[in-house]
Design a protein. Structure first.
Length: 328
């Protein structure tokens, strides 16, 4: 899908392009390519003289491969954007290309974004730019607002994580956590830990992208100050993810502790039962010996006496253990 965005009365207007002729009719500031076809890439090449790299979606992590400037003046930024999906939270790689200096190309002043699936942050910016005139002034502002919205989206997701952990904390600290409940709690904690880690990686990547924009001197004074504010917001998010990691570790340790307590209760019962059965076992062993002169062998009530003695020797320790509270 190929969407272009133009400014009209201070608002961002979206058009879906289905042919090269339609593309030539507009003067956009942002061209968004979602899962572009070879034909759509060819339109961009023919009209703007822009070649989309084949490795635009590669998972490189080194900074030199993700933030760089071509010899023709094109700035390339590859950044990850979070998708907070209940079933499959993930990050989507987005490649940005922006030419601000090469007048010989029609792509000057146009932001190009390439990604494989729709991103919530993109939808959020499109909605705001349609409703708030003057929010977007140029292609640089689009890119900066996307990173600002990404930081805000990450903050909202962190708040959701905190709410989920608050519910888990209530269940854990209430006590009486069964093994089944503990398994459910551990699964929930693991999901939130994974999402929190994704957010931390996402904000770190956004910080690197915004820092590259500031170093490249592509921003004016007002945009530069806005970029600094984004970095301050990201710093606070980074601290919050660290706090959530500590909370997650605490809840994980508490839940595992309850599992150990439940297991210790079972082991304690077996231990008490083993100790209580030692005296009857001793008595049975004594009367199981095959010596010739054992008085009880000729006694009429010897069998009943032996059984009663074994029962009494078992009940006595059990009564004592119960009195001491060891059976609870």
């Amino acid at each position: 899908m190929l969407n272009i965005f133009s400014l009209a009365n201070g608002r961002l207007v979206q058009e879906e392009i289905e042919s090269l002729e339609e593309l030539a009719q507009f003067q956009p500031i942002w061209v968004d390519l979602e899962s572009p076809t070879l034909e759509e890439k060819r339109w961009i090449k023919q009209h703007y003289g822009l070649s989309i790299p084949e490795d635009a979606m590669d998972e490189d992590i080194e900074e030199s491969a993700r933030f760089y400037e071509e010899d023709n003046g094109e700035l390339h930024i590859r950044s990850d954007f979070l998708i907070d999906d209940d079933e499959d939270p993930r990050s989507v790689r987005v490649a940005f290309i922006l030419n601000l200096v090469n007048d010989s190309l029609k792509s000057k002043g146009v932001l190009f974004s390439i990604h494989d699936e729709d991103v919530p942050v993109f939808r959020l910016l499109r909605m705001r730019a349609r409703r708030a005139p003057g929010l977007i002034e140029d292609a640089r502002e689009v890119l900066l607002k996307l990173f600002d919205a990404d930081a805000e989206y990450s903050a909202d997701t962190l708040e959701n994580i905190y709410d989920e952990l608050k519910e888990v904390s209530t269940q854990v600290l209430a006590g009486d956590v069964t093994d089944t409940r503990a398994g459910e709690v551990l699964a929930a904690i693991a999901r939130q830990e994974d999402l929190n880690g994704r957010i931390r990686r996402n904000v770190m990547d956004t910080r690197r992208a915004v820092s590259f924009m500031m170093r490249s001197k592509m921003l004016n004074a007002e945009q530069f100050e806005e970029a600094r504010q984004i970095l301050r917001d990201i710093e606070s998010l980074d601290n919050h993810t660290a706090f959530l990691f500590d909370k997650i570790n605490f809840l994980m340790d508490a839940t595992v502790g309850f599992i150990n307590i439940n297991q210790n209760k079972i082991i304690k019962i077996f231990s008490v039962a083993s100790v209580a059965l030692l005296p009857p076992t001793l008595i049975a062993s004594v009367y199981g010996m095959n010596f010739q002169h054992m008085p009880e062998l000729e006694w009429t009530y010897g069998y009943a006496y032996g059984i009663a003695l074994m029962v009494a020797s078992a009940v006595g320790p059990m009564w004592y253990f119960r009195k001491r509270g060891w059976l609870k």
